[in-house]
Design a protein around this ligand. Sequence first.
Ligand code: SF4
Ligand code: SF4
Length: 56
Amino acid sequence: MAAVVIKELCIGCGVCSQMCPMQAISVRVKTAHVDTGRCNDCEECVFACPNGAITL
Ligand code: SF4
Ligand code: SF4
């Protein structure tokens, strides 16, 4: 598994990218993208997102 971004809810704020301990999230064109090969399922991004835009 890996974190999944719900594109319709993501505003591209970058908070998840800052919180991710694996540097697995990048923000491109105002939407977060998860590098599934790096994600370790820690859920930090899920708790950090102000819009509820990431799930596992
Ligand atoms: S914290 Fe949430 S809204 Fe902000 S870039 Fe990440 S997924 Fe998108
Ligand atoms: S679950 Fe953890 S490792 Fe995976 S993208 Fe979110 S913060 Fe990064």
